[in-house]
Design a protein around this ligand. Structure first.
Ligand code: 6R9
Length: 645
């Protein structure tokens, strides 16, 4: 097979932290002697009481337990803020770029320290203590980062809920970890449109009451104010000191919970702890992005997703970096926005998602080429497999063939990047996440769990722990074990399919479970189905993903109506609205097909394989349908398919 290979450019190699020989050497040490390797690299962060134990982890099905640096103590916010004050107090920590191009703000490390301390003191005044859970439902404004770091400072565990989730989803997540405090803003601002964050919090709190709601003023829009519960942040902050002693935390004390979708049931609260997570986030940020002092780094994610946690806030700030935080969207006020922001702030490292690249690619090259972009040195991609067409456009047009692309594969569960090129060490192949990071041991297994060697394809597992790995599902360790360690005993199962080529490069082929990836957002088909059947006119629903030009995958819903209900276009619209209200706009079905019956086995199991094929418009290879209870339903589904070419 002839595939394009892009060797490491000489200028990139010249300044890079590691070349290929160094990568090989460090990787070998990291897997042959993890204790020695991580014992050394664990020192990259500041410990209050240094650890003496490095790794204590077991993937044994009967005793899954993951601990790193377990007797060390530290404070994550002190690592991200205080420890930089002496050397880089006046350096910019956060560049904030508003939704409207006329608004931006630079926050130095010294200023960040004052802001985080104030926020921490406000939390304390609201009775938030070490170990308490705090839900954050915020727009992309600096206060979101202050709030995260303030939680870390007082030892509270934050749970961020993306602003695109509905009040019901928010309520579920507040309840799921019994948060007593919610931090929000009056309204968010995205692409010139207002997002009613506080109104959503009010609705959520009808179902999941909390003791306090701290509200940051962003737009000044009209909001309700509940006496005794609500606090304006600016009023509370004016009354507290701008210093606050950081709480001494154990390495294994929880840092945050982040809800994410799986193949079954409701979203899981992925729990990350302090020492190992921060070590791993900061180390991957430095090496994968080849971050050097003075670089300006921009990750376009939202802090509501794990990418925002690890690569806007914790990783970069632990490294004393300058990190850019963007409130808006790629296409507002024009499809040149990303590149205008790169020029305005002289961005060197730019990290975004394939869905954004595809959307901008569709808008035409002139929106890119009319900007300068000469500051750019490195490009990154995350969230889903990047198709070679988008990769080439990103490389040729955006990066002008100068900038390597790091295609970083990882998950909410992994805390940080597991498979990615290192700019100075790895030749690139468009569409491949290439090679494992230090300490990461991927393997490919067949359906029975047999490890496959050499060039092969199968399911991706990781055979041993790394410091950034999630520790448990909040409040449900058994679910953690069943979800990740039961399918292939002795291994962490990623849920992704993967191919390994003759050079040992990894190519992620997408999820092999019932999780779909819509614009880089993870969505459980079961969640969308349960939202649909909650509608009074719906009797049954089955949801699958189908290939979508911009989103990667679109949501295709097969819906069986209650006896006597009319299958109208109006009802389709109503169902879309209903799902948006139940879960949030990100879960809106793209296509709905009314199905008098769903293809089921005689034992009543829906045959999703068939539904996926029909949704893909490739039904001539449906495979064996002989086990269906009523094979005739398939013909009706094909005749009425919604994704006809
Ligand atoms: C960081 C993040 C995780 C799932 C993951 C995989 C897909 C992410 C990818 C990628 C191919 C990449 N994914 N990065 N697939 N190449 N570079 O996205 O976390 O939201 O938990 O999603 O996303 O399928 O399993 P999360």
């Amino acid at each position: 097979m002839s595939e394009a290979v892009f060797p490491v450019p000489a200028e990139v190699a010249a300044r890079a932290l590691v070349d290929d020989a160094k990568y090989q050497e460090m990787y070998a040490k990291s897997v042959n002697d993890p204790e020695g390797f991580w014992g050394e690299h664990g020192k990259r962060i500041d410990w209050i009481k240094p650890f003496t134990k490095v790794k204590n982890t077991s993937y044994d099905y009967d005793n899954v337990s993951i601990k790193w640096f377990e007797d060390g103590t530290l404070n994550v916010s002190a690592n991200c803020v205080d420890r930089h004050l002496a050397e880089r107090g006046d350096q910019i920590a956060i560049i904030w770029e508003g939704d409207d191009p006329s608004e931006h703000k630079n926050i130095t490390y010294k200023e960040l320290h004052g802001e985080v301390c104030r926020f921490a003191n406000v939390l304390k005044e609201q009775g938030v203590k070490k170990g308490d859970r705090v839900t954050i439902y915020m727009p992309m404004i600096p206060e979101a980062a202050y709030a995260m770091l303030a939680c870390a400072r007082v030892g509270a565990v934050h749970s961020i809920v993306f602003g695109g989730f509905s009040p019901d989803s928010l309520a579920q997540r507040i309840e799921g970890c019994s948060s007593r405090c919610v931090i929000t803003a009056d309204e968010g601002l995205r692409g010139g449109r207002k997002v009613p964050l506080k109104a959503n919090v009010d609705k959520a709190c009808e179902k999941a009451p909390v003791d306090s709601v701290i509200m940051v003023k962003r737009t000044g829009g009209d909001v309700d104010f509940v006496e005794g519960r609500d606090v304006w942040y600016h009023e509370a902050a004016a009354k507290v000191a701008d210093t606050c002693e950081p709480e001494e935390m154990n390495a294994e004390d929880p840092l945050f919970i982040l809800y994410t979708s799986g193949s079954t049931g409701q979203p899981k609260g992925v729990l990350h702890t302090s020492g190992g997570y921060l070590t791993y986030a900061s180390m991957t940020h430095q090496y994968v992005f080849d971050y050097h002092d003075g670089d300006v780094y921009w990750c376009t994610a939202d802090v509501g997703w794990v990418t925002g946690h690890s690569y806007i806030v914790y990783g970069p700030l632990a490294n004393g970096a300058t990190t850019l935080m963007f409130e808006g969207v790629p296409t507002y006020p024009s499809p040149s926005r990303f590149w205008e922001v790169c020029d305005k702030h002289k961005v060197n490292i730019f990290y975004t998602a394939p869905t954004a690249i595809r959307a901008l690619m569709g808008g035409g090259d002139e929106h890119v080429t009319k900007t300068d972009r000469s500051s750019l040195r490195l490009l990154g991609s995350v969230g889903e497999p990047i198709n070679p067409e988008a990769w080439n456009w990103y490389y040729n047009v955006v990066g002008e063939k100068r900038c390597p692309i790091v295609d970083t594969w990882w998950q909410t569960e992994t805390g940080g990047i597991l498979i990615s090129p290192l700019p100075g060490a790895t030749d690139l192949k468009p569409g491949s996440a290439t090679r494992p990071f230090f300490g990461v041991q991927p393997a490919i297994v067949d359906a029975e769990g047999k490890v496959l060697e050499g060039a092969t394809e199968g399911n991706l597992v990781i055979t041993d722990s790394w410091p950034g790995q999630m520790r448990t599902v909040y409040g449900d360790h058994d679910r953690f074990v069943q979800t990740y360690f039961a399918t292939y005993k002795g291994y962490y199962f990623t849920g992704d399919g993967c191919r390994r080529d003759a050079d040992g490069y990894y190519w992620i082929t997408g999820r092999v479970d019932d999780v779909i990836n819509v614009s880089g957002h993870r969505m459980g088909t079961a969640e969308v189905e349960s939202a649909l059947v909650a509608h009074p006119k719906v009797s049954e629903a089955a949801v699958v993903g189908y290939p979508h030009d911009i989103k990667g995958q679109g949501i295709y819903a097969y819906v069986t109506l209650m006896e006597g209900e009319e299958p109208t276009e109006e009802l389709k619209k109503e169902l879309v609205k209903h799902v948006r209200a139940e879960i949030g706009p990100i879960a809106s079905p793209d296509l709905i097909q009314f199905a008098p019956g769903l293809p089921k086995t005689r034992s009543g199991k829906i045959m999703r394989r068939i539904l996926r094929k029909i949704a893909e418009d490739s039904f001539d290879s449906l495979g064996d349908t002989s086990t269906l209870a009523d094979p005739a339903v398939v013909d009706d589904l094909i005749d009425n398919r919604q994704n006809k070419a």
